[in-house]
Design a protein around this ligand. Structure first.
Ligand SMILES: Nc1ncnc2c1ncn2[C@@H]1O[C@H](COP(=O)(O)OP(=O)(O)OP(=O)(O)O)[C@@H](O)[C@H]1O
Ligand SMILES: [Mg+2]
Length: 412
């Protein structure tokens, strides 16, 4: 029998990445990837349905061609500054305390946590259980099978603008793909690059994309805070356009080729020639000046991250520090500036433990796409574990709901 295949689509502000993989001997083997520059997306949100659909369809088609598969459905990421999050507690009574707590009781508790004050133009996209409390006994990871008369669940609830969700889903449908589930981008990135120990000891994931910077804070193995900041790599490039008075393409190239987040890492006498506006069409710039412009924006971004982390938790409990992903984290020296501004250890998060055609995916810009793929694999494993006798084709509807629920309950 052929190995099951999985697909994930990361719809970013600068690129749409589709990955197809199979699981062989417990290992994720990449079969093909399709990457297309984005159109019709601003700050992670669709602003032109037609253009965004074309981009998604082209990325999907490339991945299908590369992998020799047909992509019917995929795990899809969602982001954008319209996302907001809060923590909420659900409480239910157990009808008969002589019987063990069931999956149904857990589902009821989560439904009760889901009842939060959400305006009708927003919708809940995640209710992530952080821990359960059974008759006052706190920090229960999985209450199924335990005895008790009251079940509480502490959750992290993520909401999104309904129109942003529907615009995104419409583009995916128009591109001929069903969405398996919609996952908040920083939760996906974390899945790809953060390990269990870091989540237990406290860590913040910072995904610096093109239009946004996504944040997810983990403590004691569970997510406690998520946020999306409306600043990304495009703002770094725009700063260079203004500071150097050069076209956007030249600024982007200068950032990638000569950029550094720490000016003192760059020789103060080194000069580089870049394309420019004006009669000469070229200009000579001190490389250290490029670094100074980038340092100012990076510092400001990390200060915004620090403020966001403080909104979620006390910063000094994040022993595992900061993990940086997204294309913006490829700026040399950025991890050192993160350590300085946030006063926490920092590292770059690169997706790993992949085989097959995976070379390009070890780049931090693919953390979200790889995390979405891991989510899809885990969802299916849970579905099979919950219902081993079902043929794979019938693993839909209700079973998928159970798997999505279990995925967030069970430790990774
Ligand atoms: N070497 C580099 N130095 C600095 N920035 C870089 C480098 N390489 C890529 N980038 C920046 O990374 C950004 C793209 O990152 P990424 O691919 O993670 O974004 P995205 O997922 O499309 O966007 P978003 O997540 O914001 O919707 C671009 O702004 C690009 O300029
Ligand atoms: Mg992204």
């Amino acid at each position: 029998m052929a190995n099951p295949t999985f697909a994930a689509i990361d719809i970013g502000t600068t690129k749409v990445a589709t990955i197809v993989a199979e699981v062989a001997a417990g290992e994720i083997r990449i079969l093909g990837t399709g990457v297309t520059p984005s159109a019709g997306l601003t700050k992670g949100m669709v602003d032109n349905i037609h253009a965004a659909t074309e981009t998604i369809a082209s990325s999907v088609e490339r991945a299908a061609m590369a992998s020799g598969t047909t992509i019917m459905s995929a795990q899809v990421g969602i982001g954008g500054p319209h996302i907001s999050s809060m923590n909420s507690r659900g409480i239910v009574a157990i009808a008969d305390p002589r019987h063990p707590i069931t999956q149904g009781d857990v589902q009821r508790a989560l439904e009760s946590a889901r009842i939060v004050n959400v305006p009708n133009n927003r919708e809940v996209i995640h209710v992530v259980p952080r821990y359960f409390v059974v008759d006052g006994q706190a920090d229960v990871i999985d209450p199924v099978g335990m005895f008790g008369s009251r079940l509480d669940v502490e959750t992290h609830v993520v909401t999104a603008s309904s129109s942003a969700v529907h615009n995104l889903l419409q583009c995916i449908r128009n591109a001929g793909v069903d969405h398996d589930s919609l996952i908040l981008q920083p939760l996906a990135s974390a899945e790809a690059v953060i390990d269990r120990e870091e989540m237990d000891q406290g860590v913040v994931l910072v995904d610096i994309g093109g239009g946004t910077t996504d944040i997810a804070v983990y403590l004691q193995g569970a997510v406690v805070h998520t946020a999306v900041l409306p600043v990304g790599g495009q703002h770094f490039t725009r700063d260079l356009v203004i500071a150097l008075r050069v076209p956007q393409m030249a600024a982007e190239l200068a950032k990638r080729q000569y950029g550094n987040a720490i000016p003192s890492f760059v020789d103060e006498h080194e000069e580089v020639e870049i394309d420019a506006f004006g009669s000469a069409g070229k200009k000579t710039v001190q490389r250290r000046y490029i670094a100074e412009v980038l340092q100012a924006r990076t510092e400001e971004l990390f200060e915004m991250v620090a403020a966001e982390v403080r909104r979620g938790i006390q910063q000094d409990v994040l022993s595992a520090g900061v993990v940086l992903t997204g294309g913006g984290s490829s700026l040399p020296g950025i991890e050192y500036l993160a350590e300085e501004v946030l006063s926490l250890p920092a590292r770059i998060g690169r997706p790993h433990h992949l085989s097959g055609l995976s070379d390009m995916l070890h780049d931090p810009a693919y953390a979200t796409a790889v995390g979405l793929l891991r989510g899809a694999v885990r969802e299916r494993e849970i579905m099979l574990r919950s219902s081993p006798l079902l043929p794979s084709a019938s693993l839909g509807g209700l079973m998928r709901k159970v798997a999505q629920l279990m995925r967030v309950i069970l430790p990774q």
